[in-house]
Design a protein around this ligand. Structure first.
Ligand SMILES: Nc1ncnc2c1ncn2[C@@H]1O[C@H](COP(=O)(O)OP(=O)(O)OP(=O)(O)O)[C@@H](O)[C@H]1O
Ligand SMILES: [Mg+2]
Length: 366
């Protein structure tokens, strides 16, 4: 394709998918860089699986083009696309041995028996499960079965690995472990991977690039820090973690910062400046983890802006962190998450909140 950059291994151009009247994917453009781990992140029904299935060739595009290694593949059947696939219900063949499960994709590829044996052994070593060739899937744990699914996908040496919520059937501890394994394996083998999830922690911890989706549309694309710290709209901010949102109006610029007046009449300073006009109505967002909460008497060293008195309305102890809901003098309630010192404050405590100007992001009004 004419505008293909040579390090883009998968590209979607204006891809649309309609199922009768349902628009599952709307005008999607994607550029997946070779060797990267890209996550499609979004709520249920936003079109993640549909995109993966179109890339795999399991579903036709209603409109648009898909390119793999610069070649248009719209009419190329699944088995000729050289992709590895892992889906949520890892679906190993229950009656086949692990060996046959892993070897499955090679049998149709004109690979010699000796070569199959070599590759299966290597794939099992890669997923750290050597020696289980003769077992049946039921004789392995859920996490081990998922690793076998991974071995089966990589044994064919695919150009791209497609993973659709592959960890969602596992319990939380195992998921975390598997996340790290997938991440390590991916960087070790350098296989381009497109990973689907609706779990923001999973996406943030593993990805080179995150594509946040809603209703079949890409909302934002960027590295984990970028989408987390600089979300482009309310949806992205909200989907990636705990946020406080306030309607606000630009009132000017002072000390190199943007000043805004929030709903209750308070003025806040923000480091975010995109040249807004005075009077413009926007939304201010502050992540709950970025708010500093101190006891009322304490001074906050080196800080003079965005300091507000408040009173703890409620507190939730969450183990590694504490959540506070603090009522400000104008009645606004702020959600603050404190990680450094767990739960020193209680309901009714008078506190001081500091909202650092660099964590005050301004986004379009929702
Ligand atoms: N075969 C189909 N026939 C009709 N509608 C479909 C079909 N497959 C998907 N859809 C619809 O397309 C939209 C996108 O579905 P998709 O499965 O891609 O979402 P998803 O983001 O993967 O969601 P989840 O997180 O729940 O897996 C949904 O509204 C869904 O109901
Ligand atoms: Mg899905």
């Amino acid at each position: 394709m004419d505008n293909a950059k040579n390090n883009q291994i998968v590209q979607l151009r204006n891809v649309v998918k309609r199922f009768d009247s349902v628009v599952a994917v709307e005008k999607m453009d994607l550029d997946i860089e070779e060797g990267s781990l890209v996550t499609l992140l979004g709520p249920s029904g936003c079109g993640k699986t549909t995109i993966l299935r179109m890339i795999a060739g399991l579903e036709d595009c209603t409109e648009g083009d898909i390119y793999i290694k610069g070649k248009r593949v719209n009419d190329v059947p699944v088995h000729k696309r050289n992709l590895g696939m892992i889906f949520q219900d890892y679906a190993l063949f229950p009656h086949k041995t692990i060996y046959d499960n892993v070897a499955f994709g090679l049998k149709y590829r004109n690979v010699s028996k000796a070569e199959i044996r070599k590759r299966v052994t290597r794939a099992l070593e890669t997923v750290r499960l050597p020696g289980v060739e003769h077992r049946k899937p039921a004789q392995l744990s859920g996490g081990q079965q998922q690793r076998i699914a991974l071995a089966r996908a990589i044994v064919i040496e695919p150009d791209v690995l497609l993973m659709d919520e592959p960890l969602s059937a596992l319990d939380e501890n195992l998921r975390e472990e598997m996340r790290q394994e997938v991440d390590n394996l991916q960087s070790e083998l350098g296989i381009t991977t497109i990973f689907v999830t609706h779990d923001q922690r999973e996406a943030l911890s593993m990805s080179d690039t995150i594509i946040v989706m809603k209703d079949g549309l890409k909302q934002q694309e960027g590295g984990p820090e970028e989408v987390y710290d600089a979300p482009v709209n309310h949806f992205v901010a909200d989907f990636l973690g705990h946020c406080n949102f306030y309607r606000c109006r630009i009132t000017g610029r002072e000390k190199g910062l943007t000043t805004v007046e929030v709903e209750g009449g308070q003025t806040l300073y923000s480091e975010h400046d995109e040249g807004w006009e005075v009077g413009e109505e926007l939304e201010l967002l502050v992540r709950a983890q970025k708010i500093v909460i101190e006891s009322r008497t304490e001074e906050i060293p080196g800080v003079s802006l965005n300091i507000f008195p408040g009173k703890v309305k409620s507190r939730m102890y969450m183990g590694g962190e504490a959540w506070y809901f603090v009522e400000m003098e104008d009645g606004t309630v702020i959600h603050a998450i404190n990680i450094s010192r767990v739960a020193p404050f209680h309901e009714g405590d008078e506190v001081t909140l500091h909202i650092p100007p660099r964590h005050c992001r301004l986004i379009p009004k929702d």
